[in-house]
Design a protein around this ligand. Structure first.
Ligand code: SPV
Ligand code: MG
Length: 670
């Protein structure tokens, strides 16, 4: 497409403002003339060819255009009789470079906002800009419109007419008809009328639709009064702000394209989602917030980058009050719908607008996303993320997994509530559940090789950090090897309990014989583990069984402080009481002296306490230790029983997941 800009006019109504240069070189802002603004807009819209008709001061104009240093190729055509003819003749002079081309036709004194040009260029049919909201001007162009099509353009039409501005997109089949008629006019010496007079005679064959720009800026400057009004509008347009929010840690061409579009609406403020918000709804970001921020700061078209702390836009919209929010149209449905509704509510309050562009979930993006997930599952990357998650969120939630499929459930389950997404932060490889899945008691009978095999199965299909239930940790001489192996695999933490001898599950409490280790010996085990550890991120967490074995709060606290001193990276305090009082008491007393060491709890019996309450009390890790095992296996027992009872499988079908869904639980590739 070529842009045809008509600049042969004398601009005599502008007075002294056009005594040394053509009207199009009049300033409309501190940094733009009418022409520099037009040309920049044209170039930004992707047009590279400009045909410009000139007249008086043509060399000034040519030099000026070249000096603007835009990536445009110009063809200047001088109308030698500019003072005796109208622009119809200028177009005639340029006819040879205009035939058989799609044309963007505009007068050189027209000032318009980007959105107007975007709408014109997006029109599938030939179009002319009109305004249904402006009053009909006395002396300027009006267009007579029938069935959405322009049938006449001129200053003399008032019936069925709308104010019209000389900005056209002309498809070559329509333009050729009009241009032929212009040639015909000029060759029969009708050179003092408008080019539109020629159009009016062929409008039945040259189909131009009316594009209603309503109150958007699209105005000609004929005299100093127009200049004052339009300059004020330009100022207003240039002060507009646009807001977009990104969670991306990899920028691809799709991002750049939408940023470019958004920046055409005004000064673009990019909100970068906090690490916590990204991790909550998508996956752990590969790059931390500061790095993602600087990524966006270096993209052309972005004026400012700010943090968006939550998925909700409210805080930033109220703070920056952007004129526009830009988003892909994918959030019209799905989990982001409430966020969109909130955005619309806030925008409505102060008169902002939401602009939605078609969302493209292109293949390139999906490939990048797949690569990011693969990176997250690498041992070094995965191992380090448990500490980061605790730091970032304060309190994390960890779910039991005992196989590849339960790992996938922990990995992929997301719940959307009020525009927030909730998912588990990490996985707990429980000794109870790992043993149960193998049909064995939880007495350290399943050996480490087998336990590592379970971890490996889970790791093969997931990316979330893993906390390993290391039982007692075994003999110190063995424990140091366990630590190294787990580190090498990419496990983030091991929790060992201060018991000795034949370990039984804690939930049996004092109903079975269980021996607690001495503070000295267990501290030695922790020290040996810390010494054996190769990476700085791996955590050895000491689990205190004093409350389980009814040894009292003082004993629990004494052990906790001793184990931290021995090098433990966290303390797990366990209880099997149905109420949380002793856990709360421990946390309060421990926190009074130690505000930093992470505290872990396993609320299997005291399960009424919410994560929010644990967080408020200073707990950092909440482990749901056995719920997948306790729901999955009874469902299987039930199915087996039903088939035996009914001598067939039909009745059990209603408690079965449909076959197509079970297949979908497994991703095609990871
Ligand atoms: C496990 O899940 O194996 C545990 C936690 O150690 S508990 O069963 O509560 O002892
Ligand atoms: Mg256990």
């Amino acid at each position: 497409m070529k842009a045809l800009i008509l600049n042969s006019g004398m601009g005599s109504r502008m007075g002294v403002l056009t005594s040394e240069h053509p009207k199009c070189m009049t300033e409309v802002s501190s940094h733009d003339t009418i022409l520099s603004r037009q040309l920049r807009q044209v170039a930004e819209a992707g047009i590279t060819e400009v045909v410009m008709t000139t007249g008086l001061f043509d060399s000034v104009l040519v030099n000026y255009c070249q000096s603007l240093d835009l990536s445009l190729h110009f063809t200047f055509v001088k109308n030698p009789v500019y003072d005796q003819t109208n622009y119809i003749y200028s177009i005639y002079c340029a006819r040879d470079v205009l035939k058989d081309e799609d044309i963007l036709l505009l007068h050189g004194d027209l000032v318009f906002e980007n959105q107007v040009l975007d709408a014109v260029l997006a029109s599938e049919e030939s179009c002319m800009t009109v305004s249904s909201t402006l009053p009909l001007p006395e002396k300027d162009f009006k267009a007579v419109i029938q069935d959405g099509h322009i049938v006449k353009v001129g200053i003399e039409f008032f019936t069925d007419a709308m104010a019209a501005q000389p900005l056209y997109k002309l498809k070559k089949e329509d333009w050729n008809v009009w241009l032929e008629q212009i040639i015909h006019f000029c060759e029969s010496d009708r050179v003092k009328c408008y080019a539109e007079n020629a159009f009016n005679e062929v409008s039945d064959r040259c189909q131009i639709v009316a594009l209603d720009v309503r109150n958007q800026l699209c105005a000609e400057i004929d005299n100093p009064e127009d200049l004052a009004v339009v300059s004020a509008r330009v100022r207003e347009v240039e002060n507009r702000t646009v807001y977009m929010c990104f969670s991306a840690d990899m920028i691809h061409s799709g991002h750049i394209a939408i940023i470019k579009k958004a920046a055409r609406l005004g000064r673009l403020i990019v909100g970068v989602l906090s690490d916590e918000a990204v991790a909550s709804y998508k996956r752990f970001p590969l790059l931390p917030f500061e790095e993602r921020k600087s990524l966006f700061e270096n993209i052309m078209g972005v004026s400012r980058v700010v943090e968006q702390r939550k998925l909700s836009y409210r805080e930033n919209l109220e703070k920056y009050r952007p004129d526009y929010v830009v988003h892909g149209d994918d959030w019209v449905t799905g989990f982001q719908k409430p966020i969109r509704e909130e955005v619309l509510n806030v925008l409505n309050k102060y008169g902002g607008h939401l602009v939605e562009f078609p969302y493209s979930n292109d293949e390139k993006y999906q490939k990048l996303e797949k690569r990011a997930r693969a990176d997250l599952s690498l041992p070094d990357v995965r191992r380090a993320r448990l500490r980061k998650a605790i730091e970032m969120k304060g309190t994390i939630s960890v779910m039991e997994a005992h196989s590849g499929i339960t790992g996938l459930i922990v990995e992929d389950t997301v719940v959307y509530q009020n525009g927030e997404a909730r998912q588990f932060d990490a996985m707990w490889v429980s000794s109870l559940c790992d043993s149960t899945a193998k049909g064995k008691p939880d007495i350290e009978l399943v050996d480490m090789t087998s336990r590592f095999r379970t971890i490996d199965d889970i790791m093969e299909v997931t990316t979330k950090p893993i906390v390993f239930d290391g039982d007692t940790g075994g003999m110190i001489e063995h424990f140091v090897y366990t630590v190294r192996t787990l580190e090498r695999m990419g496990v983030s933490a091991i929790i060992i309990e201060d018991k000795t001898g034949l370990k039984k599950n804690s939930l049996f409490g004092t109903e079975v014989i269980q021996m607690q280790d001495s503070i000295e010996h267990f501290s030695e085990k922790i020290q040996a583990g810390k010494k054996a550890q190769k990476t700085k991120e791996f955590m050895i967490i000491a689990r205190i069984e004093s409350l389980i074995l009814e040894q009292g709060m003082e004993d629990a606290l004494e052990r906790a402080f001793a184990f931290v001193k021995a090098g433990a990276d966290g303390i797990m305090i366990h209880s099997r009481k149905p109420d949380p009082d002793e856990i709360f008491e421990f946390v309060e007393k421990f926190r009074a002296k130690d505000s930093v060491t992470p505290i872990v709890v396993v609320p299997t019996s005291f399960n009424m306490v919410t994560e929010e309450e644990f967080k408020a009390r200073g707990v950092n890790v909440v482990i749901y230790a056995n719920q997948l095992t306790r729901t999955g296996f009874p469902a299987m027992q039930n199915a087996a029983r039903m088939i035996l009872e009914h001598h067939r499988a039909k009745e059990c079908d209603e408690i079965c997941m449909p076959f197509k869904d079970i297949i979908r639980l497994i991703p095609e590739d990871v």
